[in-house]
Design a protein around this ligand. Structure first.
Ligand code: FPP
Length: 238
């Protein structure tokens, strides 16, 4: 990482490869997710250390509900465990946690854990940590569209006035800058229904590392790669 280079304000991560990490060691897949918690701690600390403002982690997609029920319940328990163990630590580090997704689908204990961590970290100002759980970007855009149409029918907005900002303000990420850098681990080169609207001009970094092995050094490698990019936002360089 270069001290004189531009830092990404918002880093988003698709944490992939937990299952392969476990299978490669002849372990059950849920143990891969458990090992992935260490990497979550690493990137939170790394992001604070370098001064990233927003860190978005894709922890559980809408599609993940269709995985075998023992894996789904292992992931839900891990989430509760992560929150129970880390909530006060995160608050002490100055992290503010927002959990984004279709939270009405969570089990009651997971929903209580989510409410708890958001409450105890509400004063954090160093890093905004967005945990995407039960999240799908198309569903988010559908919701935003419904809200806009309802406002238009109610006469609160003129359809001709609907613009990018009107849509962005109805997404779960309202108020957050768009990601500058999106990292996907385990070598896969897909967006997988994550922040489709928000990544319009985001730089992509594909890391070969499986998520449980991802360290803050790998985060810094991604940021260094970001610093070498020429971001043009559709314009020409001068
Ligand atoms: C993708 O690996 C990862 C997930 C579906 C879950 C990510 C969850 C964690 C890292 C656990 C804890 C996180 C928090 C925030 C508490 P995969 O199972 O799709 O891996 P594969 O592609 O190798 O099968």
């Amino acid at each position: 990482m270069r001290a004189d280079g531009a830092l990404p304000r918002h880093v988003a991560i698709i944490m992939d490869g937990n299952g392969r990490w476990a299978q490669g060691r002849m372990l059950p897949r849920p143990l891969g997710h458990r090992s992935g918690m260490k990497a979550v701690r690493e990137v939170v600390e790394g992001a604070i250390e370098v001064g990233v403002e927003v860190l978005s982690l894709f922890a559980f997609s809408s599609e993940n509900w269709t995985r075998p029920s023992d894996e789904v319940s292992a992931l839900m328990h891990l989430l509760e465990e992560y929150i129970a163990k880390e909530a006060s630590e995160l608050a002490g580090q100055g992290v503010r946690v927002h959990v984004l997704g279709e939270l009405e689908r969570l089990t009651p204990p997971a929903a209580r854990a989510v409410a708890h961590v958001q409450e105890v970290t509400a004063q954090g100002t160093k890093l905004r940590l967005n945990l995407f759980i039960s999240y799908g970007s198309r569903a988010e855009i559908v919701q935003a569209t419904r809200a806009l149409v309802a406002d238009a029918i109610a006469g609160k907005i003129d359809p001709a006035q609907i613009d990018d900002a009107a849509i962005a303000s109805r997404l779960l990420t309202a108020g957050c800058p768009d990601p500058d850098l999106l990292i996907r681990t385990s070598g896969e080169q897909r967006i997988s229904n994550f922040l489709l609207w928000q990544v319009a001009y985001t730089e992509l970094h594909i890391s070969p590392v499986l998520w449980p092995d991802f360290t803050r050094a790998d985060l810094y490698t991604a940021i260094l790669d970001f610093q070498s990019r020429d971001r043009r936002f559709g314009r020409v360089s001068v």
